[in-house]
Design a binder for this molecule. Structure first.
Ligand code: KG4
Ligand code: ZN
Length: 341
């Protein structure tokens, strides 16, 4: 018998609701807040206030688009962390309340786990072990996934997250927040060999990342070569596309080096890349070159790359199917299980 799942994701600035029939996504509605671009980053209080206003509308939209009613839902799921506390509370309490009112199961889902499985939505279930790279505005994590919900953390960023580096460099260049997509688009008409920005170099762990150095080197490069731009922010005085492409090349080659090295070391047949930065066209193009009969490279569909409730619902579906329901689910933290090699 198939199960209907209603999932909600409110961990950061977006408000999203999704209805799934088992693994199949019937609707995935996302309301994005634009106000934060005037502040150059997320303002938590504004985010949660807007989510409180939007949540009924978005849930209704998701139910209508999937021709479902609340009384038909078998499983309620919501992001339980990590994220902004005010934002998380909106979605979490909304969903928990519905599960209590309708006396149905509730799954609190870890946001990172949601991103991790998002590349499998609409495809076959995962084959283990696989390498998972999660690159978003808040996270840069490299996992060896041994089995459902068993993760070995191989590496992570030591400072800025990958998406954060795109956003901070975008800010230096005068772009609105978030800047990843704009850098990606402009890079297409730029020369990526225009300037060599440094790759990260972490001696203690070959799978760790560092992105704060590259942001500083873009700043110094601009100060040294284009002092007028620093004062005026007039981008017509700089080779904007070339700078974007060169920056992007340095970041993407960093990601690819580590992912491929981990795939070889742990002899996996699948690489999965997810999170907001997985939308990057250069990353997709370059990593797909490594695909072979022995190695699959998976990216989420565009709608599941940035924060979305479908990935939360899909992870709840996997939990229900492969782990089973725990009656204490309402009261448990959503920490994923880290295992050793
Ligand atoms: O996963 P996400 O929606 O939010 C977090 O959980 O953090 O990711 C948002 C991040 C932002 O930093 C944004 O600049 C970046 O993903 N991003 C991109 C692209 N599209 C979004 N970065 C590089 N290239 C893109 N095409
Ligand atoms: Zn996210």
């Amino acid at each position: 018998m198939s199960l209907l799942i209603l999932a909600i994701e409110t961990s950061c600035d977006d408000t999203s609701a999704s209805v799934l029939k088992d693994a199949q996504v019937l609707s995935n509605v996302i309301s994005t807040q634009h106000i934060h671009k005037y502040y150059g980053g997320i303002v938590p209080e504004l985010a949660s206030r807007s989510q409180l206003e939007m949540i009924d509308i978005i849930v209704n939209d998701a139910l209508t688009a999937s021709a479902a009613e609340l009384k038909d839902i078998d499983i309620f799921a919501s992001t339980k962390g990590p994220g902004l506390i005010g934002s998380l509370l909106v979605g979490l309490n909304y969903t928990k309340t519905l599960s209590l009112v309708f006396n149905k199961k509730f799954y609190g889902i870890n946001h990172i786990e949601g991103h991790l499985y998002s590349s499998f939505i609409g495809k076959e279930n995962p084959e283990f072990p696989f390498i998972s790279l999660i690159v978003s505005g808040g996270h840069t994590l490299l996992f060896l996934v041994k089995d459902y919900f068993e993760y070995v953390l191989l590496g992570q960023t030591q400072d800025d997250a990958c998406g954060e580096a795109f956003d901070k460099v975008g800010k230096l260049l005068g772009f609105d927040y978030p800047a990843g997509q704009q850098i990606d688009t402009l890079s297409k008409s730029g020369n990526e060999n225009f300037y060599k920005f440094p790759n990260s170099n972490i001696k203690s762990n070959k799978y760790d990342f560092s992105f704060s150095g590259i942001k500083t080197s873009v700043l110094y490069f601009l100060r040294r070569n284009y002092p007028d731009f620093i004062n005026t922010k007039d981008s017509s005085v700089i080779p904007l596309e070339d700078i974007c492409a060169s920056f992007q090349k340095a970041v993407i080659s960093d990601l690819i080096t580590r992912v491929i090295s981990a795939a070889e070391e742990y002899d996996v047949k699948t690489i999965s890349v997810s999170g907001g930065v997985s939308q990057n066209s250069k990353l997709r193009e370059e990593l797909k070159k490594y695909e072979s009969e022995k190695l699959k490279v998976l990216f989420p569909e565009a709608a599941y790359t940035t924060d979305n409730a479908a990935m939360i619902g899909y992870t709840a579906y996997l939990k229900d199917k492969f782990k089973g329901y725990d009656e204490n689910s309402l009261y448990q933290p959503a920490f994923p299980k880290f295992v050793s090699l």
